[in-house]
Design a protein around this ligand. Structure first.
Ligand code: ADP
Ligand code: MG
Length: 292
């Protein structure tokens, strides 16, 4: 991917940066050939709140355009970890991150990296659907484009339609786009939030227990949608639901809390292996429901 997408364009217009900009342009041209990928790598990351570590990860790779499930008991740092992946963690007062998170080889915590761009490339969906309550269905998706600050390359209405189709919501809302987002069911609202995130064409979608507030039918629709979305985006999903992890994900990472209270990665691997033949006894106990 292009490093330019991560930095603020004005950083490279300074004369002293010209050489760097030329080298950068060459590197960007090289990655352009390989196309969009969306591989995430976590290296020696520690995330803390007011000096207290909440999660530590030495190595974790999330394959491009696959679904990685993050599982583990409450409080082991799953939410904290995925919030480090798009630089949302540091927004909490007192919260710090050390280490590297790479998107297609570019450190998201590097100098000159623009956080707004990171969040455009790595979208997020939360436990409870959080559409903008006073806005219409249309405006919710359009707001994704406006907040993302991207240049319009197609009419806004087209972007909204494309995003709603992508989120498998278009047919249900096409005749009521001006209605408030809150007039939708919970499952529809969650798909609307997914459409809002997709509107800026992200490389990665982070989902923090996206179905925990939904009924089984709405949950199944989100799971179907995820399977289709992974043609275009890398998905990282935190889930409490073991069946969901085994149904939808390609890889699974299992976390526990260490004695000092910080979460750590027990093991990660192909989902089938984690659920049928884990290497660690702790994983086996957890996935078989013996604790957690
Ligand atoms: P999980 O998502 O696995 O349940 P979290 O990432 O929410 O775990 O929490 C991990 C640890 O970080 C917990 O000990 C929790 O109390 C702490 N924590 C989470 N959010 C905050 C916060 N805003 N301020 C201080 N501590 C927090
Ligand atoms: Mg959580």
């Amino acid at each position: 991917m292009s490093a330019m997408e991560l930095t603020d364009a004005k950083d490279v217009t300074l004369p002293s940066a010209t050489t760097t900009a030329v080298a950068q342009a060459a590197a960007d041209a090289a990655t352009a050939v390989s196309g969009r990928t969306g591989a995430l790598s976590v290296r020696n990351v520690e995330a803390s709140y007011s000096g207290v570590a909440a999660v530590r990860v030495t190595n974790l790779d999330m394959a491009p355009r696959k679904i990685t499930a993050i599982i583990g008991p409450s409080g082991c740092g799953k939410t904290t970890l995925i919030r480090t992946l798009n630089r949302m963690h540091e927004v909490t007062p007192g919260a710090r991150v050390t280490g590297r998170v790479e998107l297609d080889g570019h450190d998201l915590y590097g100098t000159n990296v623009d956080r707004v761009r990171v969040r455009r490339l790595i979208g997020m969906v939360f436990q409870r659907p959080n559409p903008f309550p006073t806005m219409s269905i249309f405006e919710n998706v359009a707001a994704g484009v406006r907040l993302g600050g991207i240049k319009k390359t197609e009419p806004l209405a087209d972007t909204v339609e494309r995003s709603l189709r992508h989120a498998a919501l278009w047919d249900e809302v096409k005749d009521r786009l001006k209605k408030r987002a809150t007039s939708l069911s919970g499952g529809q609202q969650q798909r609307l939030c997914i459409a809002r995130a997709l509107a800026v064409d992200p490389r990665v979608l982070l989902m923090d227990e996206p179905c925990s507030a939904l009924d089984p039918i709405a949950t199944a629709r989100i799971e179907d949608l995820m399977s289709r979305l992974k043609d275009d985006v890398t998905i990282v999903i935190v889930t409490h639901n073991m069946q969901q992890a085994s149904r939808v994900s390609d890889s699974t990472a299992f976390f526990l809390m260490s004695d000092d209270g910080a979460g750590y990665l027990v093991e990660a691997g192909p989902t089938q292996q984690i659920f049928s033949a884990p290497r660690e006894r702790l994983t086996e106990d957890y996935v078989s429901g013996r604790f957690g």
